[in-house]
Design a protein around this ligand. Structure first.
Ligand code: NAP
Length: 302
């Protein structure tokens, strides 16, 4: 029997409709329009495309977006100065510096320069630490947050489930494991994290109630690696040669869809799965940041 398809696009549309309403409410109640600054250094076409998509989606939500594009040879000090200016700008509630940065710029230094209250990408060490210790206010990184939200809204709450996460990157695997372990909505799962040194991967993946593949290995997860009835989330975004197609390549996930769809109870496709959720969570974090700033302003005026 074929699995249910978890449409990230449909879930993202549902959340975006809610966000649009909340943005309008915030503006009406407090006069605050959420503001997102995107900073792009260099001319990597994929980065330009991602930033363009983020700004377009922000505009459609009624979120003010400001794109700053700098040449590839921008000195690190100039970029740090720009970030400091955005930190101090009351019209900006979220700052996103598109990665990767050119090699002469220390990415860690730039991420640490973003004020944690505007760290809507959730990559600042303060955000990471608060997420890992499940304490205080923080913004969750957008892709893991999107995965959790997509699971919940599709009827697959991770609480009490064994979730196997494939990948331990700082962008996806690790923060996802931290989110799933929280004593909060979307958490309370039993989590196993695998990586390239995990032995006999199939034995581990077959124990998963929910399997999340974030390895960047095209179609590596085959049908026999999945327990019948499991829920499978495919984060992978891989380009593989496809001489028969117009572009000469196709985009696929880490999961061999045609096999796994016959074994799993539910599966998210690539494209149309996790991708649309990632941008949506960035907008959600920007709105949260603006709402907190508006509440702080009310508190200060009292
Ligand atoms: N749709 C979206 O919005 C979105 C967002 C972010 C990422 N992605 C996609 O998700 C994938 C992962 O991204 P990432 O940034 O996390 O990648 P990454 O930094 O390259 O990390 C990949 C992780 O997978 C592990 N791994 C690699 N081969 C493996 C194998 N054969 N068995 C088990 N584990 C293996 C690596 O292990 P080691 O640590 O041992 O090297 C590493 O922890 C990529 O395809 C990326 O394009 C999609």
């Amino acid at each position: 029997m074929s699995a249910k398809i978890i449409s990230g696009r449909a879930v993202a549309d549902e959340i975006r409709a809610e966000l649009r309403e909340r943005v309008a409410e915030l503006r009406e109640e407090s006069g605050v329009t959420p503001g997102l600054a995107t900073v792009l250094v260099g001319d990597d076409p994929a980065s330009h495309q991602y930033v363009g998509m983020k700004n377009k989606a922000a505009g459609a939500m009624g979120i003010h977006s400001r794109q700053v594009t700098l040449p590839a040879d921008t000195p690190e000090a100039e970029l740090l100065g720009l970030v400091a200016g955005l930190n101090a700008d009351p019209e900006i509630h979220g700052i996103l510096v598109q990665l990767p940065l050119p090699p002469h710029i220390d990415e860690g230094k730039v991420i640490e320069a973003i004020h944690p209250s505007k760290d809507v990408d959730g990559l600042h060490p303060m955000s990471v630490g608060r997420l890992a210790t499940d304490s205080g206010h923080f913004f969750a990184p957008c892709t893991p947050a999107g995965i959790v939200e997509m699971l919940i809204r599709s009827g697959f709450d991770p609480a009490g489930k064994h979730v196997v996460v494939l990948g331990r990157s700082n962008l996806v695997g690790r923060p996802l494991a931290s989110l799933l372990l929280r004593k909060d909505r979307g958490g309370n799962a039993t989590v196993t994290v695998c990586h390239s040194r995990t032995r006999d991967l199939g034995t581990v993946t077959r124990t998963a109630d929910i399997l999340v593949a974030a390895m960047g290995r095209a179609e590596a997860i085959t049908g026999h690696m999945v327990r019948p009835g499991a829920v499978v989330i495919d984060v992978g975004t891989n380009r593989v040669d496809d001489p028969g197609s117009e572009k000469g390549y196709r985009v696929c996930g880490d999961v061999l869809f045609d096999e796994v769809v016959e074994v799993a109870a539910a599966i998210s496709p690539v494209p149309g799965g996790v991708g649309p959720m990632t941008i949506t969570m960035l907008l959600s974090n920007t709105l949260k940041s603006a709402a907190l700033a508006a509440a702080d302003a009310v508190g200060a005026a009292r």
